[in-house]
Design a protein around this ligand. Structure first.
Ligand code: HEM
Length: 436
């Protein structure tokens, strides 16, 4: 499914439409918040879910953000909107009423939250045991399973038509299962739990990771004002007709344009806030930095702290004989250990040969393991990059992200299956929110 065709024709329009809805929702919220910060986590989560649902199920998928946009028209009269100006702990924050969205989106969102919860507690097995027996959660799974069942039926019907080709995610899965069943000379098992769980996992884990990365992205963009302005200038220079027409650049404009500073910003977001710990089990005794890690040890890469933001110890003087060849490996540049903690997209840019093109994006200027590596590296990496690229370009084009009060900022996180920020607030100033 991660083909150019699927990404360009199905995923990109789905992501783009969801992002436009988010821009509309934030336009309404920004007006009311009037310079105050508001919570963005659920908005981002529902926006990325909209995109995942649309690229998996097609037009039958609901859009939670669209529902929020429609309901946000009533915010003005709602007495549940309130400002916590006086509350020192929260800083200057504007709270919007929680808007109920459709059952499918809400079910995914709540299950996602329970995954965060289960994996961040001290007693994951025990909490997992209770979760599996929780009638509310069971009902949410049933809602999702019922929707998947209907969508598979729709895909079977679609692919049964003369000359039909797979379009959305469920079509591809039905198409593959049909081909496999013919190869194995058995009836197709379109409604098996394996097929259902594959679809469920694609949406849940694809969304879980992307929503979390984008939640870190808005914080990093707000906290790095110079980089944000440089990015906006680079976008303006790259999309002159969108500028002239006062509209958001289209999905294909954003996908096809070469914007080195955009690529560099994305890489820097991923480098500083990797959300998944990559794990490996050693298959034989493995020397790393002069220490032998015995066969069968589970090794987890840290995603914060020593070794990521600052040196673990002085690796130059340490007994690291075995690591020297890797250190000298010419394919990758190094990260200056003294500035490793600083958000600096520039570190991913290098001057082009003969200086004709100016600075170009160099993906090997530094290193970043946000998607893992090798045969078990992230399967959804291309989709994730597409989603981050469209999101960052569209929101930075449409809004100035101002720094939030200190109490709403900070990089504390809940470490579970992914690393979720404790606080995800935005303080916006509308620049241009017109549709193409
Ligand atoms: C910013 C978003 C994402 C991040 C940071 C991320 C990160 C990762 C990481 C670190 C791994 C483990 C890699 C390793 O062990 O070497 C992984 C595996 C995986 N990811 Fe992602 N991911 C993201 C988005 C997605 C999306 C959108 C999908 C699919 C819709 C996806 C599907 C998968 C799958 C199926 C694996 C398991 C691969 C295997 O074990 O063979 N990921 N991801």
């Amino acid at each position: 499914m991660m083909t150019d065709q699927y990404l360009d024709q199905v995923a990109a329009p789905a992501i783009y439409a969801a992002n436009l809805n988010l821009i509309k929702l934030w336009a309404a919220k920004e007006k009311l918040a009037d310079g105050r910060a508001f919570s963005a986590f659920r908005d981002i989560e529902i926006c990325t879910l909209d995109a995942m649902l649309a690229m998996t199920f097609g037009t039958s998928a609901p859009s939670g953000t669209q529902i929020q946009v429609e309901k946000s028209a009533h915010f003005r009269s709602s007495d549940k909107c309130h400002s916590d100006d006086g509350n020192k702990k929260n800083g200057n924050v504007f709270t919007f009423p929680l808007v109920d969205v459709d059952v499918l989106t809400e079910s995914f969102s709540k299950i996602q939250r329970s995954v965060d919860w289960t994996t961040s507690t001290l007693f994951p097995s025990l909490v997992g045991w209770f979760m599996r027996r929780n009638p509310i959660l069971i009902r949410r799974f049933r809602n999702i399973h019922a929707f998947i069942h209907q969508s598979i039926d729709a895909s079977i019907q679609h692919l049964g038509e003369q000359g039909a080709v797979p379009r959305v995610g469920t079509d591809h899965i039905v198409f593959r299962e049909k081909a496999l069943s013919e190869e194995e000379d058995r009836p197709p098992r379109f409604h098996s739990s394996a097929v259902r769980d594959e679809i469920f996992g694609f949406i849940l884990f694809g969304n879980h990771t992307t929503r979390t990365t984008l939640s870190w992205a808005v914080k990093q963009i707000a906290d790095n004002q110079i980089a944000q302005s440089r990015l906006r200038e680079a976008l303006k220079a790259s999309f002159p007709s969108a500028m002239k027409q006062g509209r958001v650049p289209t999905a294909s404009e954003i996908q096809s344009a070469r914007v080195p500073y955009l690529d560099a910003t994305i890489e820097e977001i991923l480098r500083l806030q990797p959300i998944v710990e990559v794990g490996r089990s050693t298959v034989h005794d493995t020397p790393v930095l002069g220490r032998v890690i015995p066969k069968g040890t589970i090794v987890l890469t840290l995603n914060q702290g020593a070794g990521v933001m600052y040196p673990l110890y002085d690796t130059n003087t340490h007994n690291s004989h075995s690591s020297q060849p890797a250190k000298r490996w010419e394919s990758y540049g190094t990260i200056d250990e003294d500035t490793a903690h600083i958000f600096a997209p520039e570190r991913w840019l290098t001057m082009s040969e003969n200086h004709a093109e100016g600075h170009v994006f160099n993906p090997t200027a530094c290193y970043c393991l946000a998607f893992g590596a090798g045969v078990r590296g992230c399967w959804g990496r291309r989709l994730a990059y597409l989603q981050i690229r469209l999101f960052v370009a569209m929101i930075v084009w449409s809004y100035e992200f101002q720094q939030c009060p200190e109490s709403l900022s900070g990089y504390q996180a809940v470490e579970g299956i992914v690393r979720v920020p404790d606080n995800c607030f935005v303080r916006l100033k509308t620049l241009s929110a017109r549709e193409p």
